[in-house]
Design a protein around this ligand. Structure first.
Ligand code: MC0
Ligand code: CO
Length: 134
Protein backbone atom coordinates (compact mmCIF):
# COMPACT_ATOMS: atom_id res chain seq x y z
CA UNK A 1 0.00 0.00 0.00
CA UNK A 2 2.66 2.59 0.93
CA UNK A 3 4.85 3.89 -1.85
CA UNK A 4 7.70 6.38 -1.93
CA UNK A 5 9.17 8.05 1.13
CA UNK A 6 7.97 11.63 0.56
CA UNK A 7 9.80 13.19 3.49
CA UNK A 8 11.47 12.73 6.84
CA UNK A 9 10.39 15.51 9.22
CA UNK A 10 12.65 17.00 11.88
CA UNK A 11 11.15 19.22 14.57
CA UNK A 12 13.49 22.11 15.38
CA UNK A 13 13.45 24.89 17.98
CA UNK A 14 15.11 27.43 15.63
CA UNK A 15 14.25 27.22 11.95
CA UNK A 16 16.91 29.71 10.80
CA UNK A 17 19.65 27.77 12.58
CA UNK A 18 18.40 24.53 11.01
CA UNK A 19 18.37 26.14 7.53
CA UNK A 20 21.99 27.25 8.01
CA UNK A 21 22.98 23.69 8.88
CA UNK A 22 21.25 22.11 5.88
CA UNK A 23 22.01 24.87 3.34
CA UNK A 24 25.50 26.02 4.33
CA UNK A 25 27.05 23.18 6.31
CA UNK A 26 25.53 20.27 4.38
CA UNK A 27 25.19 22.11 1.05
CA UNK A 28 21.57 21.19 0.30
CA UNK A 29 18.91 23.03 -1.68
CA UNK A 30 16.43 24.53 0.79
CA UNK A 31 12.99 26.09 0.14
CA UNK A 32 11.66 29.32 1.63
CA UNK A 33 9.75 28.95 4.92
CA UNK A 34 5.99 28.42 4.64
CA UNK A 35 3.55 29.10 7.48
CA UNK A 36 0.80 26.49 7.75
CA UNK A 37 -1.49 27.89 10.49
CA UNK A 38 -4.01 25.06 10.09
CA UNK A 39 -1.22 22.59 10.98
CA UNK A 40 0.40 24.76 13.69
CA UNK A 41 3.83 24.65 12.03
CA UNK A 42 6.20 26.56 9.78
CA UNK A 43 7.92 24.29 7.26
CA UNK A 44 11.09 24.42 5.21
CA UNK A 45 11.79 21.67 2.70
CA UNK A 46 15.29 20.40 2.01
CA UNK A 47 15.34 18.93 -1.49
CA UNK A 48 17.45 15.79 -1.84
CA UNK A 49 17.81 13.71 -5.01
CA UNK A 50 15.73 10.84 -3.62
CA UNK A 51 13.49 12.41 -0.96
CA UNK A 52 12.94 15.53 1.13
CA UNK A 53 13.64 16.60 4.70
CA UNK A 54 10.86 18.70 6.26
CA UNK A 55 12.15 21.08 8.92
CA UNK A 56 9.28 21.91 11.28
CA UNK A 57 9.04 24.76 13.78
CA UNK A 58 6.02 25.43 16.01
CA UNK A 59 3.56 28.11 14.87
CA UNK A 60 0.95 29.65 17.15
CA UNK A 61 -0.63 28.30 20.31
CA UNK A 62 -1.25 24.58 20.66
CA UNK A 63 1.18 23.46 17.98
CA UNK A 64 1.15 19.64 17.65
CA UNK A 65 4.96 19.67 17.89
CA UNK A 66 5.16 21.77 21.09
CA UNK A 67 5.11 18.83 23.53
CA UNK A 68 7.68 16.97 21.39
CA UNK A 69 10.09 19.93 21.54
CA UNK A 70 9.61 20.18 25.29
CA UNK A 71 10.74 16.57 25.55
CA UNK A 72 13.56 17.00 23.00
CA UNK A 73 14.57 20.69 23.19
CA UNK A 74 17.45 20.40 20.70
CA UNK A 75 15.07 18.94 18.07
CA UNK A 76 14.81 15.49 16.53
CA UNK A 77 13.20 13.23 13.95
CA UNK A 78 9.45 13.76 14.27
CA UNK A 79 7.71 11.74 11.51
CA UNK A 80 8.02 9.82 8.26
CA UNK A 81 5.72 10.61 5.33
CA UNK A 82 4.84 7.86 2.86
CA UNK A 83 2.91 8.34 -0.37
CA UNK A 84 -0.29 6.39 -1.05
CA UNK A 85 -2.37 6.34 -4.24
CA UNK A 86 -5.77 6.52 -2.55
CA UNK A 87 -5.83 8.07 0.91
CA UNK A 88 -9.49 7.19 1.59
CA UNK A 89 -8.81 3.53 0.79
CA UNK A 90 -5.65 3.61 2.94
CA UNK A 91 -7.59 5.13 5.87
CA UNK A 92 -10.33 2.51 5.58
CA UNK A 93 -7.81 -0.33 5.49
CA UNK A 94 -5.89 1.04 8.48
CA UNK A 95 -8.91 1.67 10.70
CA UNK A 96 -10.10 -1.88 9.92
CA UNK A 97 -6.84 -3.14 11.48
CA UNK A 98 -7.44 -0.99 14.58
CA UNK A 99 -4.79 1.65 13.78
CA UNK A 100 -5.65 5.12 15.06
CA UNK A 101 -5.87 8.07 12.69
CA UNK A 102 -5.10 11.28 14.58
CA UNK A 103 -7.35 14.34 14.75
CA UNK A 104 -10.88 13.99 13.40
CA UNK A 105 -9.80 11.05 11.23
CA UNK A 106 -10.30 12.95 7.98
CA UNK A 107 -7.51 13.94 5.58
CA UNK A 108 -6.42 17.58 5.54
CA UNK A 109 -4.49 19.48 2.90
CA UNK A 110 -0.77 19.24 3.70
CA UNK A 111 2.33 21.19 2.79
CA UNK A 112 2.26 20.07 -0.87
CA UNK A 113 -1.41 20.93 -1.44
CA UNK A 114 -2.41 17.26 -1.26
CA UNK A 115 -4.51 15.36 1.33
CA UNK A 116 -2.56 14.04 4.33
CA UNK A 117 -3.34 12.20 7.53
CA UNK A 118 -1.36 11.12 10.57
CA UNK A 119 -1.24 7.74 12.35
CA UNK A 120 -0.62 7.27 16.05
CA UNK A 121 3.07 6.53 16.81
CA UNK A 122 2.11 3.84 19.35
CA UNK A 123 0.51 1.80 16.52
CA UNK A 124 3.62 2.03 14.28
CA UNK A 125 6.59 0.90 16.37
CA UNK A 126 7.03 4.28 18.02
CA UNK A 127 7.10 6.35 14.82
CA UNK A 128 4.57 9.02 13.89
CA UNK A 129 3.52 8.24 10.30
CA UNK A 130 2.06 10.72 7.80
CA UNK A 131 0.36 9.49 4.63
CA UNK A 132 0.14 11.80 1.62
CA UNK A 133 -1.94 11.10 -1.47
CA UNK A 134 0.46 10.96 -4.40
C1 MC0 B 1 1.90 19.97 7.15
C2 MC0 B 1 2.62 18.77 7.21
C3 MC0 B 1 2.99 18.07 5.96
O1 MC0 B 1 4.07 17.49 5.90
O2 MC0 B 1 2.19 18.15 4.99
C4 MC0 B 1 3.11 18.23 8.51
O3 MC0 B 1 3.92 17.35 8.55
S1 MC0 B 1 2.47 18.92 9.93
C5 MC0 B 1 3.36 18.14 11.25
C6 MC0 B 1 2.80 18.46 12.56
N1 MC0 B 1 1.51 17.82 12.76
C7 MC0 B 1 1.34 16.65 13.39
O4 MC0 B 1 2.28 16.07 13.91
C8 MC0 B 1 -0.07 16.14 13.49
C9 MC0 B 1 -0.21 14.82 14.16
N2 MC0 B 1 0.40 14.83 15.48
C10 MC0 B 1 -0.29 14.83 16.64
O5 MC0 B 1 -1.53 14.81 16.62
C11 MC0 B 1 0.50 14.86 17.90
O6 MC0 B 1 1.78 15.39 17.62
C12 MC0 B 1 0.63 13.49 18.59
C13 MC0 B 1 1.33 12.48 17.71
C14 MC0 B 1 -0.74 12.97 18.99
C15 MC0 B 1 1.50 13.67 19.83
O7 MC0 B 1 1.04 14.75 20.55
P1 MC0 B 1 1.66 15.10 21.97
O8 MC0 B 1 3.15 14.98 21.92
O9 MC0 B 1 1.08 16.40 22.40
O10 MC0 B 1 0.99 13.98 22.81
P2 MC0 B 1 1.52 13.12 23.99
O11 MC0 B 1 2.57 13.89 24.74
O12 MC0 B 1 0.31 12.69 24.72
O13 MC0 B 1 2.16 11.87 23.28
C16 MC0 B 1 1.58 10.61 23.30
C17 MC0 B 1 2.69 9.58 23.20
O14 MC0 B 1 3.22 9.60 21.87
C18 MC0 B 1 4.62 9.91 21.90
N3 MC0 B 1 4.94 10.77 20.78
C19 MC0 B 1 4.50 12.02 20.59
N4 MC0 B 1 4.98 12.53 19.47
C20 MC0 B 1 5.74 11.56 18.91
C21 MC0 B 1 6.51 11.49 17.72
N5 MC0 B 1 6.58 12.49 16.89
N6 MC0 B 1 7.16 10.34 17.46
C22 MC0 B 1 7.09 9.29 18.31
N7 MC0 B 1 6.37 9.30 19.46
C23 MC0 B 1 5.71 10.43 19.75
C24 MC0 B 1 4.84 10.58 23.24
O15 MC0 B 1 6.18 10.42 23.64
C25 MC0 B 1 3.87 9.87 24.13
O16 MC0 B 1 4.43 8.65 24.56
P3 MC0 B 1 4.38 8.15 26.06
O17 MC0 B 1 2.91 8.02 26.35
O18 MC0 B 1 5.11 6.84 26.04
O19 MC0 B 1 5.05 9.22 26.86
CO1 CO C 1 5.09 16.15 7.21
Amino acid sequence: MIGRLNHVAIAVPDLEAAVLIYRDTLGARVSAPQDLPEHGVTTVFVELPNTKIELLAPLGDGSPIAAFLQRVPEGGVHHLCFEVNDIAAAAARLTATGARILGDGRPRIGAHGKPVLFLHPKDFVGTLVELEEA
